[in-house]
Design a binder for this molecule. Sequence first.
Ligand code: DCP
Ligand code: MG
Ligand code: MN
Length: 338
Amino acid sequence: MQKFDSHARDNPNTRTIEVLQEMLDYYTRHADQWRTIAYRKAINTLRRQKHKINTRKEAQALPCIGSRLAEKIEEIVCTNHLRRLDYTSSSSEDLLIQKFLGIYGAGLVQATRWAAQGYGSLDDLRNRAPLTTNQRIGVEHYDDFAQRIPRKEVEAHGAIIRREVQKADKDMQVIISGSYRRGARDSGDIDVLITKPGAVLDQIRCVVMQVVVPQLFEQGFLQIGLATSHRDNDGSKWHGASCLPGSKVWRRIDLLFVPGAEIGAALIYFTGNDIFNRSMRLLARKKHMCLNQHGLFGDVLRNGQNKTNPGRLLEAGDERRIFALLEVPWRRPEERIC
Ligand code: DCP
Ligand code: MG
Ligand code: MN
């Protein structure tokens, strides 16, 4: 399930977005990576418009909307419908897969497999399916995790973490990142970057994992830790769930530990959005550079997809300087949508 920053709830393009979202869900179920990205970009663009987009000409003049999508937007506005959707099946199995895709940690392969194995509902999964610990938590807290988190509440979670972090070390910094830093009114989860000027990764991880996290469990704020995938487990992340005092709703929370020297590259990575990051990384590649969460590297040699040398660090500490070295005009976090 894709989730978006809702910059404007009362957007004049709500109906158009709703129909495009149905197409996006369809392409997500069919693992059509390119169309998925194209539809996400178009939806993000429409969400940011203050006026209703009526014609293909208006649509095509906007960023990230090509001629085919512009035509579809005009069709939706004129007919309140998109004929293409009539040819996308929405069988009950599709709807079930869509539902399963909302389970934390379940991807398309897993969701499709459960449907094919005959599990017909979340209850069915809960009662009969062999689930990993993460999957079980995802099922048990399905409704919690499906809810968007209001900006104020994201702030409240961030403040509790900041207080505990600074009790442990007053020079440590806590920056709420992800969609919150991009200015979203509500977020899918809470992304918290923790750093300290001059500190290396181990120092930060030790303080957080040995002092802050246990303390926050003790207080009843953290509810559970979730295993991270091998792919992104380099010891710089902690995933879990938290709950405000007096509330029963669990929220997904991600902590990112960042060495002081890498704060610029880490901010770019953790602010996103993911499509913006992809395009920045692709651009770096074209310039024989490499951008990742640790820094911008130059003189990188590649053999196809594989790097044959790690390159030379150009910049890691300064967000603006990374943009400048890539010759990309500075974009405020609010502008990093596509
Ligand atoms: N990120 C990325 N590539 C991914 C996933 C994440 O570059 N495949 C980066 C960019 C994201 C940030 O990590 O902005 C946080 O990831 P989230 O999944 O929490 O996404 P957002 O915070 O952007 O949106 P949401 O409100 O849905 O949490
Ligand atoms: Mg997030
Ligand atoms: Mn996150």
